[in-house]
Ligand binder design. Structure first.
Ligand code: GLV
Ligand code: MN
Ligand code: MN
Length: 420
């Protein structure tokens, strides 16, 4: 029987206070007045967060590199220089009114595992790399999980580098800016083949808290589709233009969104439909709007449902717009199919929680994560910890030092086993 001793040692070396301090320090970068963070991908705040991580890494003698899509890797050597690395991590970018834990936790937990291995004097056969994936949130540049999608070949480098934000700045230019602000040696995409990937994250939902479980053993991630809708009307004077002569893009957008809410109504509340961005042009109180754009985020665990409902969006929007004398254009931005994690890595997460004596529960993930892309190229799994009332994508997001450390101990055991 395999000795449990190194597993207990690395677990004991995980420092709750150090991990918490790192969250406090990271949470100061892009801090918002209501206690959250605003660290959109490839902004100055994102570069500062990367610089902070690099300082911690260099103090430990780990090496760093960044690939062509801006993923940042921190590497702790293995005894076999030719062995494929075990990867762990998440993202340092945030929502515009984001919390301190969504993403940062996975990076800091991974980093804590490296430090705990050092402190416990444990060498691994495989190298271990902590990754901060570029633009997981997809708030500034769409689609989200962009860095991991390119890394795994699910999206093309050239196409993603050409994506622009609302000001017209391209990912390519923003990457160059980040490289100037925070220089790191380059690495080619494909240079590292992951042996496995495990990501720690706050749950972002209420199930662990309700069940009084400390660890979520994540079985799957539901699929998601994103669309961009543009409704075209005609600008006109708000005081003089009779309703019957108007081509009011706002009125058409309201009708379209209402029709979409009917299309996506679901008695089980499994299908998730969100319009998160809505822009009106020219946005003047006394001009009938000539154009409205809005985003659609659609999610479901079942691919057939997601395909069927998603494919009906185009007709639903066009018909609603036509009834208001407007036209519509719908762009398919992304379609990430549902995934299930590798059962043998999931089993290890469950076993590690048991070895630590933490109550755990199996659950699917409603949120998207970089692990969904990684799971297509290597065995992957995720470890969830509770967050207060399940609140996330909100400055009020909150998690306890104890739970963050508990998830990290579980992560440490799984990573050590995978890295040998
Ligand atoms: C990631 O934040 C997502 O949109 O699920
Ligand atoms: Mn996240
Ligand atoms: Mn998020």
């Amino acid at each position: 029987m395999k000795s449990k001793e190194p597993f207990d040692r690395v677990s004991a070396a995980v420092s709750e206070s150090r991990l918490w301090r790192r969250h406090v320090d990271m949470g100061q970068i892009g801090a918002t007045p209501r206690g959250g963070v605003n660290r959109l991908a490839l902004t100055i705040e994102d570069a500062l967060a990367q610089t902070q991580l690099l300082q911690w890494a260099s103090a430990r003698g780990y090496t760093a590199s960044r690939d062509e899509i801006g993923n940042l890797f921190i590497r702790r050597k293995g005894t076999d220089a030719t062995a494929d690395a075990v990867l762990t991590g998440s993202h340092l970018d945030s929502q515009p009114t984001g919390g301190k834990y969504d993403g940062a936790y996975g990076v800091l937990a991974g980093f804590e595992v490296l430090e705990a291995l050092d402190d416990a004097g444990i060498e691994t056969v495989r190298p271990i790399e902590v990754v901060a994936w570029m633009n997981e949130e997809g708030s500034r540049f769409s689609p989200g999980a962009m860095g991991s999608a390119v890394f795994t070949g699910s999206a093309s480098l050239d196409e993603m580098q050409g994506k622009t934000d609302r000001k017209g700045i391209s990912v390519r230019d923003a990457l160059a800016e980040t490289a100037k602000r925070c220089p790191v040696p380059s690495r080619r995409l494909g240079e590292v083949k992951p042996a496995a990937y495990v990501e720690a994250h706050i749950e972002q939902g209420p199930r662990l808290e309700s069940a009084k479980a400390t660890i979520g053993v994540v079985l799957s991630i539901q699929g998601s589709r994103r669309f961009l809708v543009a409704i075209f009307g005609e600008e006109a004077h708000a005081g003089t233009t009779p309703r019957r002569h108007r081509k009011d893009a706002v009125s058409a957008a309201v009708a379209a969104i209402s029709a979409l809410e009917s299309l996506t109504a679901d008695a089980h509340d499994t299908l998730r439909f969100t319009v998160g961005c809505l822009d009106v042009y020219p946005s003047s109180p006394n001009t009938v709007a000539g154009k409205v754009t809005f985003t659609i985020d659609l999610r479901h665990p079942d691919e057939a449902t997601l395909t069927d409902i998603g494919d009906r969006i185009h007709t639903t929007v066009k018909e609603a717009a036509a009834l208001r004398s407007c036209t519509a254009e719908i762009t398919n931005v992304s379609y990430v199919k549902p995934i299930t994690f590798a059962p043998h890595v999931v089993d290890r997460v469950r076993a590690a929680a048991r070895d630590e004596g933490y109550p755990s529960m199996d659950l699917p993930s409603g949120a998207g994560h970089d692990a969904m892309h990684l799971s297509r190229i290597c065995p992957a799994a995720m470890v969830f910890v509770p967050c207060l009332r399940g609140v996330s994508h909100n400055e009020a997001e909150s998690a306890t030092p104890e739970d963050l450390a508990a998830g990290t101990r579980v992560l440490a055991r799984v990573i050590l086993e995978l890295a040998g």
